[in-house]
Design a protein around this ligand. Structure first.
Ligand SMILES: NC(=O)c1ccc[n+]([C@@H]2O[C@H](COP(=O)([O-])OP(=O)(O)OC[C@H]3O[C@@H](n4cnc5c(N)ncnc54)[C@H](OP(=O)(O)O)[C@@H]3O)[C@@H](O)[C@H]2O)c1
Length: 259
């Protein structure tokens, strides 16, 4: 008997992943490709990282394209989504809004421009890409949208007020959008990761990494693929009755009582 090779969970889907040149976006895009989706990899400046990933996906028999856009520009978001769908033969079945910024800055001394830079980057692209994607998905019978929020949408961290506020906004956008786009067949959810491994993190913040490991029920930081797995689930038929949900992926840290 030939080896059984089950179809991937996302076989036949065309997905756009924003921020796919960055750490978590790469993990999401790779998992989508492994599950059979054709993947449009969005980046802004991380072009070589996105291209390297696209080559890797194509080298394994998958389909990928690299598209560039600054997501603070509403027209650029619309063009990005349209280009992804054109590349997908007129179809876009899944959008993952992963691009975002996460600078650390205390409230004391923060200017309105600095506040806006984070809130606008982390929310406007999410709103504009989702709107453009929903308009394309509607006539095709629907699709899925997943925003990457953060555990900090619920548990604030000092130096991250702008970031926490932006991620809480993203969670609420998804819940509201789930209601408005549900009748169009479009599901909208968020994935809220905890601390995810990236190169240099342990050297830059050894004490934070140690604390996280201690707090995690499974004793480790997250990996980009852990976030990717959650996004694959939400984009797949297995989640056809899941919408307006925030899926926390944090190794159990937020389950731990703080008292
Ligand atoms: N790392 C964590 O522990 C963690 C935890 C919870 C949530 N998150 C969230 O997960 C997402 C990915 O984080 P990450 O750690 O992978 O960060 P990352 O490596 O810095 O990737 C983020 C990507 O967002 C893109 N981006 C930023 N501003 C943009 C803009 N104006 N227009 C278009 N693209 C823009 C960047 O694209 P270019 O590089 O191409 O310019 C970057 O590659 C973020 O939304 C973050 O808030 C991260």
């Amino acid at each position: 008997m030939p080896p059984v090779s089950p179809p991937g969970l996302l076989e036949g889907q065309v997905a756009l992943v924003t921020g796919a040149g960055g750490g978590i976006g790469r993990g999401i895009a790779l998992r989508f490709a492994e599950e059979g989706a054709a993947v449009a990899l969005h980046c802004r400046t991380a072009v070589s990282s996105a291209r390297e990933l696209a080559d890797r996906i194509r080298g394994s028999g998958g389909e990928a394209v690299v598209l560039r856009a600054d997501l603070t520009d509403e027209d650029a978001c619309r063009r990005l989504v349209a280009e992804a769908a054109r590349w997908g033969g007129g179809r876009l079945t899944a959008l993952v809004n992963c691009a975002g910024v996460q600078p650390v800055q205390e409230l004391a001394g923060m200017t309105a421009a600095e506040w806006r830079a984070v809130v606008d980057t982390n929310t406007t692209g999410v709103f504009a890409c989702t709107r453009a994607a929903a308009e394309l998905m509607r006539p095709a019978g629907g699709g899925s949208v997943t925003h990457i929020a953060s555990v900090e949408a619920r548990s604030p961290a000092p130096g991250h007020a702008h970031y926490c506020a932006s991620k809480a906004a993203v969670v609420m956008h998804a819940r509201a959008a789930a209601l408005e786009y549900g009748p169009w067949g479009i599901r909208v959810n968020t994935v809220s990761p905890g601390l995810i491994e990236r190169e240099g993190l342990e050297d830059a913040w050894p004490e934070g990494v140690r604390r996280w490991r201690r707090a995690s029920a499974v004793g480790r930081l997250g990996r980009p693929e852990d976030v990717g797995d959650a996004c694959v689930f939400l984009a797949s038929r297995l989640a056809s009755w899941v919408t307006g949900h925030d899926l926390v992926v944090d190794g159990g840290v937020s389950a731990r009582p703080t008292w």
